[in-house]
Design a protein around this ligand. Structure first.
Ligand code: ADP
Ligand code: MN
Ligand code: MN
Ligand code: MN
Length: 335
C-alpha cells in the first residue's frame, strides 16, 4: 500500500472566465487508482463563487485521473462540480456536453508567460523588436532562456500524465507559446486541456512566472492568443459530402452569436480581421484560409468533403468544455 496525493481539480464560479482550483486528498491504494476507486469529495463553494455561506457545500465528482510526476505518488483528479442533490452545478459546463465517442477534438492552446506584469523576455519598459522572428524561433534573442525551460518541463509533465500532446511551438509574439492536444470522445480533449492548463500554472509557479490566458494582453501590432478548435464527428469523417458540409456551414452561420458567446472573454479585441483572424461580427469559411472563421483543410476537400474542420474563433481563455459542447450542438442541428 502507498499513500497517494490526489489533487482534486475543478473549475470555480468566477465570471466571465473560470479559474482552476485544487486541493489534495491523501488516500491509500495498492496501485495507481482507477476512476471508480476515487470517492466523491466536497469544498466550500462560498469561497469560489459557487454557493452562499449559509449553504456552502459543493460536491466534487471525479471524471478523469492522471499521474502527476512532479509529486511522489501524485495524481491529478479532474472533477465536475455537483450540487448536494446530485444535479450538476450551474457552473458545470462539462455536464452540458453530449456524449459522443465518435467526436474528436484537437485544441491549439496559445498563451503568454508573464513575470512582473510583462511577458518573459520583454524589456522593463517599451517593447521588444517587432514580430517576425519569434514564431518557431530559436536562440536567446528570439525566445530568451526561462521560457523554454518552463515549456519543456510542462511538456514532460503532460507526457508523464498521459496527456496526448501533439506538439509545441514558440508563437508570433515574444513570450507567447502554443501546445496542441488531441483526444477522441466528446469530453476527452477538453478534460486533458484543463489538466494541461493546471500543470502549466503549477510548473510556472516556482519560477515566479504566471500564465496570461487573456486573448489580447497587448493592443497594437502584437498577436492575440487563440485556442483553435479542430473537430470532426464520425459522420464528418466517414460520410461527409459537399451538401452536408454546406448545410453545416449554414448552421454555424445561423448560430454565430451562440458560438461567440462561449468562445472566450474579450474576443472582440482579438477577432479584428487582422493577425490571421476573421472579425467577430462576420462568419466565413475558406479553404486553407487563416483569415476565415472556419478554415477548411485542403485534405478535407480532396477527400470528398470528409475529415475535420478548424474553428479559429475560440480564444486562449475559452472553456474547452463549453466550446466542444457548442460545436457538437450545432453539428447535431444539421441532422
Ligand atoms: P495549424 O497550426 O496549422 O492550425 P496544428 O498542427 O497546430 O495546425 O493543429 C492541427 C490540429 O488538428 C491538431 O490539434 C490535431 O489534433 C487536429 N486534428 C487532426 N485531425 C483531426 C480530426 N480528424 N478530428 C479533429 N481534430 C483533428
Ligand atoms: Mn497550431
Ligand atoms: Mn498558433
Ligand atoms: Mn490552427
Amino acid at each position: 500500500m502507498a499513500k497517494y496525493k490526489l489533487e482534486y481539480v475543478w473549475l470555480d464560479g468566477y465570471e466571465p472566465a473560470a479559474n482552476i482550483r485544487g486541493k489534495t486528498l491523501i488516500k491509500e491504494f495498492n496501485a495507481f487508482p482507477t476512476l471508480d476507486q476515487l470517492p466523491l469529495w466536497g469544498f466550500d463553494g462560498s469561497s469560489t463563487r459557487q454557493a452562499e455561506g449559509g449553504d456552502s457545500d459543493c460536491v466534487l465528482k471525479p471524471v478523469a485521473v492522471y499521474p502527476d510526476s512532479t509529486r511522489r505518488n501524485g495524481a491529478v483528479v479532474m472533477c465536475e462540480v455537483m450540487l448536494p442533490n446530485g444535479d450538476p452545478h450551474p457552473s458545470n459546463t462539462r455536464a452540458t456536453i453530449m456524449d459522443d465517442d465518435g467526436a474528436w477534438f484537437g485544441f491549439e492552446q496559445e498563451y503568454f508567460l508573464f513575470q512582473d506584469g510583462r511577458p518573459l523576455g520583454w524589456p522593463d519598459q517599451g517593447y521588444p523588436s517587432p514580430q517576425g522572428e519569434y514564431y518557431t524561433g530559436v536562440g536567446y534573442k528570439a525566445v530568451g532562456d526561462l521560457a523554454r525551460q518552463i515549456v519543456e518541463e510542462h511538456l514532460d509533465i503532460c507526457l508523464d500524465a498521459g496527456i496526448n500532446h501533439e506538439g509545441i511551438n514558440a508563437e508570433v509574439a515574444k513570450g507567447q507559446w502554443e501546445f496542441q492536444i488531441f483526444g477522441k470522445g466528446s469530453k476527452n480533449a477538453a478534460d486533458q486541456m484543463w489538466v494541461a492548463r493546471y500543470f502549466l500554472l503549477r510548473c510556472a509557479e516556482k519560477y515566479g512566472v504566471d500564465v496570461e490566458w487573456h486573448c489580447k494582453p497587448f493592443t497594437g501590432d502584437w498577436n492575440g492568443s487563440g485556442m483553435h478548435a479542430n473537430f470532426s464527428t464520425e459522420k464528418m469523417r466517414s460520410v461527409g459530402g459537399k451538401e452536408y458540409f454546406l448545410a453545416m456551414m449554414a448552421k454555424f452561420e445561423e448560430n454565430m452569436n451562440e458560438h461567440i458567446a462561449v468562445y472566450g472573454t474579450d474576443n472582440h479585441m482579438r477577432l479584428t480581421g487582422l493577425h490571421e483572424t476573421q472579425s467577430i461580427d462576420t462568419f466565413s469559411w475558406g479553404v486553407a484560409d487563416r483569415g476565415a472563421s472556419i478554415r477548411v483543410p485542403h485534405s478535407f476537400i480532396n477527400n470528398g468533403h470528409k475529415g475535420y474542420l478548424e474553428d479559429r474563433r475560440p480564444n486562449s481563455q475559452g472553456d474547452p468544455y463549453a466550446i466542444a459542447g457548442r460545436i457538437l450542438k450545432t453539428v447535431q442541428e444539421v441532422g
